[in-house]
Design a protein around this ligand. Structure first.
Ligand SMILES: C[S@@+](CC[C@H](N)C(=O)[O-])C[C@H]1O[C@@H](n2cnc3c(N)ncnc32)[C@H](O)[C@@H]1O
Length: 243
């Protein structure tokens, strides 16, 4: 029997790579996320779902879905969603997500697929709502990934990107960068047992374009109605756009 998600998953697509670092820290990922962000990540995800409030999307794609927190929150909030797909390269992250989905008994509306944000295993013009939370920073080619989002999105669809950014206030920025460079890698390495992953985290946050600079990259991919909303003094930003 065909599942509802078959309407948007192109299962002929094959995956080329695995991102092994996330495979290694998957078992500690959720705990570290909540503790290192002092619970802020939960509030930021909630803010993402507020953007969708009152909308009646039926197809939804969460890219770099990881353990599925953003995906599950939105599926629970928007009951018009019939077909939700989470794509990620890390099998271990997806396996944790699968358990959460089974626990909530939403597997008839949700599928998790191992796949690459640079070559989405999704049909063109098939998705109404796309989200990517803390994922775009990790892809090798940001513009190509945005091109892929544009390809799979239906006209007048909605894209929401949640990503780390750097606070503008000088004092707060100094404090934050100290935490990012000196404290976070120690706690992250200790709990996850993976030093590389948490040194990598601060490097990618500090070098990733944010605010207007990132809006320009989204515009180049063809997106319109682009907005950027800084959260928690600019530690994270929500970008919203349409096709
Ligand atoms: C920081 S985690 C974010 C997970 C989840 N979205 C969240 O909000 O917790 C980044 C995720 O991006 C995935 N990832 C990295 N590169 C990817 C790619 N090219 N395609 C798909 N997923 C990718 C990793 O496997 C990892 O699960």
């Amino acid at each position: 029997m065909r599942s509802k998600t078959d309407t948007i998953i192109n299962s002929d697509h094959s995956r080329n790579n695995v991102w092994s670092m996330f495979d290694q820290i998957a078992h500690r990922y959720d705990f570290l996320n909540h503790s290192l962000s002092l619970g802020q990540d939960i509030l930021w995800r909630r803010r993402v779902s507020k953007y969708i409030s009152g909308k009646t999307f039926s197809t939804f794609l969460d890219i770099a879905t990881g353990t599925g927190d953003q995906l599950i929150r939105i599926v629970n909030k928007v009951n018009t969603i019939q077909s939700a797909v989470g794509v990620d390269m890390s099998r271990n992250m997806l396996n944790i997500g699968l358990k959460k989905i089974a626990k909530r008994n939403i597997q008839n509306r949700v599928a998790l697929v191992q796949g690459d944000a640079l070559n989405l295993p999704i049909y063109s013009d098939s998705v109404e709502l796309i989200t990517i939370s803390f994922g775009i920073r990790n892809v090798i080619d940001v513009s190509k990934s945005l091109d892929e989002m544009f390809r799979v999105m239906k006209t007048e669809g909605m894209l929401i990107i949640l990503e780390f950014s750097i606070p503008q206030n000088t004092l707060f920025r100094c404090f934050y960068l100290f935490y990012l460079r000196n404290i976070l890698p120690i706690i992250g390495s200790f709990i996850s047992g993976n030093k590389k992953a948490y040194t990598y985290l601060n490097k990618t946050i500090e070098t990733f374009p944010y605010g207007n600079e990132f809006c320009k990259i989204m515009k180049q991919a063809g997106f319109t109605k682009i907005t950027a909303k800084p959260l928690t003094f600019g530690i994270a930003t929500i970008y919203c756009a349409s096709k």
